[in-house]
Design a protein around this ligand. Structure first.
Ligand code: ADP
Ligand code: MG
Length: 381
């Protein structure tokens, strides 16, 4: 969730990290008329058959910081004022969830769990239970590749530090025995969380944005809005269209400039989430270390440069994309199938692997293998 304030070492406390901007991020949205119509619009209705009220409207679009990124919300609707207040409500929901789920805010459920759950069961809110339940589901489906107790290492892997450093093997070895989500007991009836071992820390950075986007999208849809797009730093939920155009999502080339894509997907009623090795990283002794950690080794994953997951459930998709980075295409595709999700993997060597369900929808600009000799997309300020 990347909501970490600048660490004590980093000086002034600053709640939002501005290091990643949605428009320059993992995926970008194009509203270009020509682009969108130039491509087949798979799964979408022909615009001639759309009811007039869906074609007539305005695009209300906003960008606001939340969950450590800039969240973009766009609504297509005939009534601009109604759309604007819906945008406000959707941001309100995302902020509410951030306050519950961020491990970087002292009063969140997650911080309260981290500080107290080894001593006894800690009461938590429904959102926290739902997210942890989904996290356990993806943990099981991925054979532990997705593990919310990865955060036991988060003080060692501090990507926000002024001078991040690679932990020593012995520092990692000391913490590894505490990394196992099966040591976290979730009591759904009593609504409590308990750590069976001391020293565990939970971190929802790999799943909370997906949940927040799901909830915000549900709020908009249940309030009668059928054409919108929410993008929380690459966790995207899109429905309907803007005018006669479908929402077109570009997938970032992992070793080219921001905005250079290798593929597109049109979204009409689902979620698309990307995890990658180029969003948060630092270099030590000429080697790049990124922010997705293999719970088995305690070190960053190496098999995959990026994974984009598409499906109905953004919470599962978010966690599954993180897990798929750890597992790589072969095992990762099997895990996605278990969860009813699809995906496209870019391997370190540039080979592209697409799961069967996405083949028809993915429009490859570059069929691969992608040229991986370039630098990762530049970090944003
Ligand atoms: P992003 O936050 O860039 O959208 P992800 O959804 O893949 O990307 O989440 C990466 C974050 O997930 C990391 O910054 C960290 O907070 C957390 N994380 C890292 N490794 C794991 C893991 N193996 N299992 C669960 N969470 C992880
Ligand atoms: Mg994720």
């Amino acid at each position: 969730m990347e909501i970490k304030p600048v660490s004590a070492r980093g000086g002034a406390r600053q709640v939002w990290r501005w290091s990643r901007y949605v428009l320059l991020c993992v995926a970008f949205i194009t509203l270009s008329h020509r682009d969108a119509t130039a491509q087949p619009q798979s799964g979408s209705q022909n615009s001639n058959t759309l009811p007039a009220e869906q074609l007539e409207g305005v695009l209300v679009r906003d960008l606001r910081p939340s969950m450590g990124t800039l969240v973009e919300i766009s609504i297509w609707h005939p009534d601009q004022a109604a759309a604007q207040s819906a945008v406000d409500a959707a941001y309100g929901e995302i902020h509410r969830l951030e306050r519950r789920l961020s491990e970087w805010l002292d009063t969140s459920d997650i911080s309260i769990i981290n500080n107290n759950a080894a001593a006894g069961p800690v009461s938590v809110g429904d959102d926290t239970l739902v997210v942890l339940k989904a996290a356990i589901r993806v943990g099981d489906a991925s054979g532990g590749a997705f593990d919310v107790t990865w955060a036991t290492l988060s003080q060692l892997w501090d990507f926000s530090a002024v001078e991040p450093r690679v932990p020593t093997p012995s520092e990692i070895a000391e913490k590894l025995p505490m990394i196992d989500y099966r040591n976290v007991t979730l009591d759904l009836e009593r609504k409590t969380v308990f750590f069976q071992k001391p020293g565990i820390r939970l971190g929802l950075g790999g799943i909370a944005k997906g949940y927040a986007v799901d909830r915000a999208a549900n709020l908009l849809y249940s309030s009668g809005f059928s054409s919108f797009m929410i993008n929380a730093g690459g966790d995207i939920n899109a429905r309907g269209r803007h005018g006669d155009q479908p929402w077109k999502i570009g997938l970032q080339h992992p070793r080219k400039k921001r905005g250079e894509v290798f593929a597109y997907v049109f979204l009409t009623a689902d979620t698309l989430v990307t995890s990658s090795d180029y969003e948060r990283w630092f270099v030590q002794d000429g080697k790049r270390y990124h922010h997705i950690i293999d719970p088995k080794t305690g070190f960053p994953t190496t098999k995959t440069a990026s994974v984009t997951v598409v499906g109905q459930n953004g919470t599962l998709a978010d966690a599954a994309a993180t897990a798929a980075m750890v597992l790589g295409p072969e095992k990762g595709s099997k895990m996605l199938a278990k969860l009813g999700l699809d995906g496209v993997f870019v391997k370190e060597n540039g080979h592209i692997v697409v799961t069967p369900g996405l083949k028809k929808r993915l429009i490859l600009v570059d069929k691969g293998p992608l040229d991986m000799t370039g630098k990762v997309p530049a970090k944003t300020p």
